[in-house]
Design a protein around this ligand. Sequence first.
Ligand code: G3H
Ligand code: 13P
Ligand code: ZN
Length: 303
Amino acid sequence: MNTLTMLKKAMKNNYIVPAFNFANFEIFKGLILACEETKSPMILQVSESAMNYFGDFVLAGIIAGVKKQKLPVSFHLDHGANMDIVKRAIKIGFDSVMIDGSTLTFKENVKLTKQVVKYAHARNVTVEGELGVLAVANDDGLIADKERFTSPAEAKLFLEQTGVDFLAVSIGTNHGVNKYVGEPKIRYDILKKIEKEIPNTPIVLHGASLIEETYIKQINNNGGIIQKAVGNKNLLKNAYKTHISKINMDTDFRLANTARVREYLNEAPDKYCPRTYGKQGIDAVKQCAVYRIKNICKSNNKL
Ligand code: G3H
Ligand code: 13P
Ligand code: ZN
């Protein structure tokens, strides 16, 4: 499916298209089951490292197979770093790509994004750009001084100069298990100003996992050590009323999968077939995705 068409429809009708990453087969399967059950559109995202993990021909087969099923799904390259990875993703069959020049200077980001837009549009592929810098996480938590919120005025210029189709912004969320620098807060005031500057452009929110305490406890009670986990699902409960039309979640599904597999293997230590515990992970991911589709994205039954 055309990712931009999905996002424009969501923006017009006050819901969000869930953009969920899959890092392994079990997460992929859980997400597809959630999409079928809720009748929600869905963007399935793959990072460069996930691409390398699957291998290009496996991924190309997955994409072709899902397309045959006629599911309301598009495949999207997440955080593409350069032209080479964009070309590789388009060759595999992705419907849209992200070019992430957010850590470059404004001028360099424009230059790279513009090149990608030209290449991708010529092949009927739509493009997500990113402006503003999300905080970087290391083992000690978040490095706050790298975080830079998106400038609304620059967002307008960026759009005019690149022709990008949808824009990822930095308004307080971050990747990984520790979402916030200081007190959990999303800068909806900045978002409002960005919406005024680029009223027709769907906005993308990265780092949108909810990081529910139940998953963290389930992992830590079964031999895991996840420290400094901070989320706040209430911060996203009204996001569907804004121009945020694509919400990126990855960490939540990693947590849901790992938590249930750890718990199950502790409950059933005699089990060793990967399909037996894998199925537990698939079901946990499906449940996790259905909750987010219904309660955060409001995209159920929006085909
Ligand atoms: O936004 C980043 C994603 O969570 C991708 O992470 O490179 O470990 O697949 P990854
Ligand atoms: P989370 O780490 O919050 O899941 O964010 C994922 C993301 O932004 C993928 O691009
Ligand atoms: Zn991201």
